[in-house]
Design a protein around this ligand. Structure first.
Ligand code: Z5A
Length: 206
């Protein structure tokens, strides 16, 4: 089988980082150690863009600037890390990818789907994950989990309605590409979400 590019998506606190470990261990056992990465970030330069994106700024951050920076980081991440890993036969597991831009900048900020698609075409020329595992939970549940951590970054300070719009945009993405995007109920225990995730992987790759 060709090396696969798997992304994991969801609102903050959905359990992406937690389940990413389970996902990477499952891949490692069957197909070799995957490259485990995240967005925004994943390379030294893209991590610097992440810092700019998540920091609080005195000036208002224009929504298009935010989108362009997400895609600048993604281009660097894809061309310098993801594409070479796949070409080298290594599987890739990424905590977020382009679907997050549709969810947050599209759903959350209200940028038109078509504008994001134009940028996606320019930056990725059709490249996308082979499989996306969307950990879905109501914003209220995810935020309650994530906010126990303390200090909030710039995007985390948005209100619940913003995150519910992001969630609705994830559902729109799923309905447009149901073969690639699998929804997993992320409201249960960590163990039950891991079990559902492994079941989805077994169904796809066994
Ligand atoms: N962003 C964007 O706007 N556009 C884009 O294109 C991209 C990103 C790529 C940074 O993302 C921000 O960038 C993000 C979207 C935006 N902003 N927000 N909000 P990130 O992925 O780095 O940050 P995050 O979404 O805030 O991640 P997170 O808060 O770390 O969430 P998580 O990884 O899904 O959750 P976790 O760390 O695995 O779990 C959080 C806590 O919940 C932890 O204590 C766990 O033990 C607990 N947990 C996890 N699962 C469960 C279950 N099932 N039950 C109970 N407790 C649980």
């Amino acid at each position: 089988m060709n090396p696969q590019f798997i992304s994991i998506e969801g609102l903050e606190g959905a359990g992406k980082s937690t389940q990413r470990t389970v996902l990477a261990a499952w891949v490692a056992k069957r197909f070799g150690q995957p490259m485990v990465t995240r967005e925004p970030g994943g390379t030294v330069m893209a991590e610097q863009i992440r810092e700019v994106l998540l920091a609080h700024h005195d000036e208002p951050v224009d929504v298009l600037t935010e989108l362009l920076l997400m895609f600048a980081a993604r281009r660097q991440h894809f061309s310098a890390a993801i594409r070479p890993a796949l070409a080298n036969g290594q599987w890739v597991v990424s905590d977020r990818f382009t679907d997050a831009s549709y969810a947050y900048q599209g759903g959350g900020r209200g940028i038109a789907w078509e504008q994001i698609a134009e940028l996606e075409n320019l930056v990725l020329q059709g490249a996308k994950p082979d499989l996306t595992l969307w950990l879905d939970c109501p914003a209220e549940i995810g935020l309650a989990r994530a906010r126990q951590r303390g200090e909030l970054d710039r995007i985390e300070t948005e209100d619940i309605a913003f995150f519910e719009r992001c969630r609705a945009a994830y559902e729109r993405r799923r309905s447009e590409d149901p073969q690639r995007i699998i929804r997993l109920d992320a409201t249960g225990s960590i163990e039950s979400v891991s079990a559902a995730l492994i079941q989805a992987l077994e169904a796809r790759y066994s």
